[in-house]
Design a protein around this ligand. Sequence first.
Ligand code: AMP
Length: 571
Amino acid sequence: MSRAVGIDFGTTNSVVAVMEGGETVVIPNNRGERLTPSVVSFGGGGEILVGTAAKNQAIINFERTVVSVKRKFGTEFSLGVDDKKYNPEQIAAIVIGRLKESAEEFIGEEVRSAVITVPAYFNDGQRQSVKKAGEMAGLEVMRLINEPTAAALAYNMPRGGEGAILVFDLGGGTFDVSILDVSDTVYEVIATAGNNKLGGDDFDTALVHHFCSEFYQQHSIDLREDLMALQKIRDAAEQAKKELSESDATTVNVPFISADKDGPKHLEITITRTGFENLIRKHLDEIDELVVRAMEDADVEAEDIDRVILVGGSTRVPAVQRLLDDRFAGRVMKNTNPDECVAAGAAIQAGIMSGSVKGLVLVDVTPLTLGIETEHDVFVPIIERNSCIPTSQNRIFTTVTDNQNEVEIHVVQGERSQASKNYSLGKFTLEDIEPARRGTPRIEVLFDIDVNGIVHVSAKDQRTGNAKKIEVSPREKLSEEEIEQIVSDAEQHRRDDEVFLGRRQLIKQARTLLVLLKTKAASGDISDDDEVPEINELVEYIEKVMQGDDIEQIRNAIETMNVYLNELAVA
Ligand code: AMP
């Protein structure tokens, strides 16, 4: 069997590692660097630059350069270069392809398979994109594993030990916090939380805004309108941020950033570490909230956490470390390499799967609830968030109208009770259901999540055996707003959702009573003849009420119908 490698395909940087003699080894690229910037730049002469060479081109060739492509998975992003169009998978495949080449040069043989890591918060579409990118780069993707799981594996493998590990992963563009229950052979992720739009890039952006405002105050020139200037400021901001991880203050200096009638202008601003921390306060607060949320989901207190593992370059920011020291005094491990441990863990998993590392099993969880949309926009969960994967669950559904001959299965992911407020993963229609009274057919809906976190959904008419299934497609796009909604709104809208479900429940009850009342009025067994027109009038009135949205009127209608039905039952 050829050697399998582990790949951390990062937002900012990517790393490839392999097992050698029972140890993980990070493979340097052709420039001797252990981290390859996840940047691709298309040169004018048809050449494709990757990594530092591409990053160095970013300013002069920004229109043909792609940075942070990982953030673009699940979006409609496409880059037009000459007469070709590149989607996120194709760009990612170029980066992964270069890592593969470096690995082949290092190992001295062809590399055919890999384990690739993904943020725990990636949804199915985004996971599929990463898998596809690996395949386009010529690799068999043996498995996708969550980045925090890989980090815990890399930390724990040489040392052993059991307990609760919190993996705190703050990179350039994503933040994941995961709590794992680790025993000798099983790594079980018991909870995850995070935000796939939060990271060191946001710290840079906060600094860029600060520098632009200061510059505007000094010179009345708005640098935000000048793309080239902005890129220079962004680089300077990132540099300043890194310096502030070591020193209490730093000065950014970008000469000739702009010019007006009085001549060239230079950007020169001093910023202190405290000033920087104030600029990123809201991000720090959000990070802290997500740590608390993961602990709540895992049902553990800070005292129950045995170790905190730091992953991602942004964990070097002192304010971030302080935040963790405050909660987990003495248990924050500062001796692993935050840039490399995810790739090392992926290499270990590749070793497990290719047989060179024995005795470990990995268990992951699904980070968001999966289910389907039912009548009136109600979301019915089928696999709850934080369920261990691989897993499968089924539920029986039925029809809502008489002789309904098809049902639409709309697969939805999220935490809101209203299906439309969640992320739509895909839809399909099960046809040719045998005609029957509503509520009679039994439609079995099965959700199956494989080891890569990819969801397969099937629906089967139990009576005829007629079935249909889909593998959730990455083409369904996820807007940035929707991601945010999934991650943070559910908690905020819990009350609204309760009200929504309460209303749906009332409307459903009113409908059932209305059907009963109509049946009764039409049945001819009402003794008092005067009562029939009265009931028909009532039915007419209630049908009108039901068309509206006034919940108090519907509640009153239910009471009135109950009174009538009780009286009719007694009579
Ligand atoms: P990653 O996605 O893990 O490669 O992390 C990259 C992020 O870490 C970028 O936003 C970097 O600016 C940030 N980073 C790297 N080194 C440092 C440092 N010494 N201090 C603060 N941030 C850093």
